[in-house]
Design a protein around this ligand. Sequence first.
Ligand code: TYM
Length: 413
Amino acid sequence: MAEKDIPNGKGGQEVTPWEVKGNEEGKIDYAKLVREFGCSYLDQPILDRMEKLTGHRPHHWLQRGIFFAHRDMKEVLDCYEKGQPFYLYTGRGPSSEALHLGHLIPFMFNVWLQKVFKVPIVIQITDDEKYLWRGLDLEESIRLGRENVRDIIACGFEAENTFIFSDFDYVGGAFYRNITKLQRAVTANQCKGIFGLNDTDNIGKVAFPAVQAAPCFSDSFPHMFGGRKDLQCLIPCAIDQDPYFRMTRHVAPPMGYKKPAQLYSSFFPALQGESGKMSASDPTSAIFVTDTPKQIKTKINKHAFSGGRDTEAEHREKGGNVDVDVSYKYLTFFLEDDERLEQIKQDYTSGKLLTGYLKAELIAVLQKMVAEHQERRKLVTDEVLDQFMKPRPMPNIFPRSPDLQINLLPPRS
Ligand code: TYM
């Protein structure tokens, strides 16, 4: 294939949509992923251009390099500058009742993008994928999907601009036609190469990648986009989903579509350290959006890997290591205040700040954030949920409203 079709990095590292494992040193080598997957780093000129076009300071996850890689962001920004529409696409495979904090990252980020660019978003719930891979009961994966959608809506998506769909419900019509076209465009050998599947895997797994690829094509959503084939799609998510989109990009132009663009984040790490992503199947590795303040406190105090020293005296003398400290890492995601974060970094590294205080700061940030999320989730009634999940005309999304000005700010210093 033209785009790289290597499923995993070498050297023990494994990054697939189903497994994320660090290399021999227990780290994810992101430079290697960028090289092997064939994407590019997000650089300052792209962030500056985003700011200039939207008038919004880039999200702190962009500034801190948490969203760090991309494909075709230039094309997306070109579209935006010319006033041509684009849309966002992201998703969730419902493998657990509650989302963990890592899952929130792409959704919170997409909420911000939707607001800043004023664009529609489609969100796919791959209940079929989890049925095929996880051995879940079929009705159970549908139920988990609906529970997860409540959390996704609670992140703050706009009702008039957002379509959330379960594969089991929505496959059919224009969407299924695109799935079948994709299935004809990719051979079983290519699919096995990209996804590391073999002949003992069930045939549903070989057929599924076309289902995750089809939302990249705008005519899969005629109720939103009126059958247009030409809309640019941008997919913000973590880099583990890349195999699906490498495959899609390879076949899109011969099928008459634009290649979908991507914005990729690194992984919110497990409590135990950087060797993998937070996993919903290991409760001690993760903080869930359903956790109580007490659970959050206990998990951080008991399980969050510390870069502090063995004794207080040694810590005061030599200082802690923020590079491996999970509590500090978590703060880089969820503490927005740049100055406070820098202060914590300096004080921890110099030995002035002890691990216990660092953890206490994180606990307070997460307890507040999770409690707010839980309050918002309570507002997602069945009616609200059905409203987001109903295929419905969205007459006001394109063309962009004329009172929407492209705000040209002076460049950042
Ligand atoms: P799933 O359910 O495994 O993950 C949902 C989303 O969360 C991201 N993610 C993370 N991000 C940061 N840190 C972590 N520790 C972490 N763990 C998971 C994933 O990258 C994903 O964006 N097959 C997909 C569902 C899907 C999808 C999509 C995802 C369908 N269409 C389009 C992204 C874009 C899945 O099972 O995701």
